[in-house]
Design a protein around this ligand. Structure first.
Ligand SMILES: Nc1ncnc2c1ncn2[C@@H]1O[C@H](COP(=O)(O)OP(=O)(O)OP(=O)(O)O)[C@@H](O)[C@H]1O
Length: 311
């Protein structure tokens, strides 16, 4: 059964441009009728170029904003209509904004959230978060004194105080160093393994590759891909590069020409761009025809694939 269903979601913003003595009205289409089905326990990566509509989607799915049209059902609630009941079961992090009380120590925000959400198992929850997010040394510091990495760990802790089943994370590791990022990512992985459904927006494609089992690509308010992260490679026709290092210069260039390859004389190196899955066959031909010292096969990286899809 679907846990999150989004149907034909549309949202435009109205902006006013000043033109001499007149104000000109302009509509900006942020979401152009998106549809989604997400199962319980999925770890979904939501990616797209700047301005694609990712934050708008998260604002609607978390009940902060109402769409112009369309339906959303999450755990049987409509986020903006059933907001009060709905928010008890979701955790939200907006990496660019803080949801913590700036002048108060971290623990005070947690205590306030405990009261707001009427958290029953607060002590156990807190102990778990302190251990997993390494919070003990920052718990009594005012948020404004924390480094970005410390604050983000505290923010992720804050969104989990009431132990919700669904997490919406908008760039939760933005600006973090490698260690802090790993810390947060490992925690998210563990939460997902425990059955939490996670909706993650990030510009970091490595995070998507290591964390998510599904990825959704949004472009100009439209979903242009939904599926397995690894399958992304199959929908673009980007070549796999094969480099062959020869022991001695080739006796003839017939095969290299036939394969549209390039030969670099100084390095005795052949470069081939192979489309689809012909690598094994081509390698066999090369080995038959030339004296091979070594070879290297490089598949297109996720960064390049995404760039291709955005285009
Ligand atoms: N409050 C607003 N008023 C007017 N236009 C807005 C508003 N919020 C967003 N937009 C516009 O809507 C479109 C989608 O914006 P959104 O913030 O959802 O994109 P995004 O994918 O989250 O981008 P980014 O990766 O840069 O955060 C953009 O063209 C943006 O300029």
């Amino acid at each position: 059964m679907e846990y999150i269903t989004v149907e034909n979601l549309k949202k435009s913003y109205t902006i006013y441009k000043r033109k001499k003595f007149k104000r000109e009205k302009k509509e900006i289409l942020a979401l152009n009728g998106i549809n989604l089905k997400i199962k319980k326990g999925e770890f979904l990566g939501y990616i797209g170029p700047n301005g694609a509509g990712k934050s708008t989607t998260i604002k609607i799915l978390t009940g902060i904003m109402e769409p112009d049209s369309g339906n959303v059902k999450i755990d049987n609630f409509c986020p903006w209509k059933d907001r009060k009941k709905y928010v008890k079961n979701i955790g939200v992090v907006f990496g660019q904004k803080t949801q913590m009380w700036w002048d108060l120590p971290v623990i005070e925000t947690y205590n306030l959230l405990k009261d707001i959400f009427k958290v029953k198992d607060f002590k156990n929850n807190l102990e778990y978060l302190i251990e997993k997010l390494n919070l003990s040394e920052i718990l009594y510091h005012p948020v404004r004194q924390l480094s970005l990495g410390q604050r983000m760990r505290a923010e992720v802790g804050a969104c989990m105080i009431h132990d919700p089943d669904i997490l919406f994370l908008d760039e939760p590791t933005i600006g973090l160093d490698i260690i802090s990022k790993e810390n947060v990512n490992n925690f998210l992985k563990e939460l997902n393994e425990k059955g939490k459904t996670i909706f993650l927006t990030t510009h970091d494609l490595k995070d998507i590759e290591t964390l998510c089992n599904e990825v959704l690509v949004l472009n100009k308010g439209n979903i242009v891909y939904k599926g397995d992260v690894n399958n992304l490679k199959n929908i673009t026709d980007m070549p796999t590069t094969m480099k062959i290092f020869l022991k001695s210069p080739p006796k003839d260039f017939k095969l290299i020409k036939e394969l549209n390859g390039e030969y670099l004389k100084e390095k005795k190196e052949i470069t081939l761009n192979i489309k689809s899955d012909g690598v094994a066959k081509i390698a066999e031909k090369i080995f038959k025809n030339y004296e091979v010292e070594d070879f290297k096969v490089t598949e297109p990286g996720i960064e390049e694939i995404i760039k291709e899809i955005y285009k």
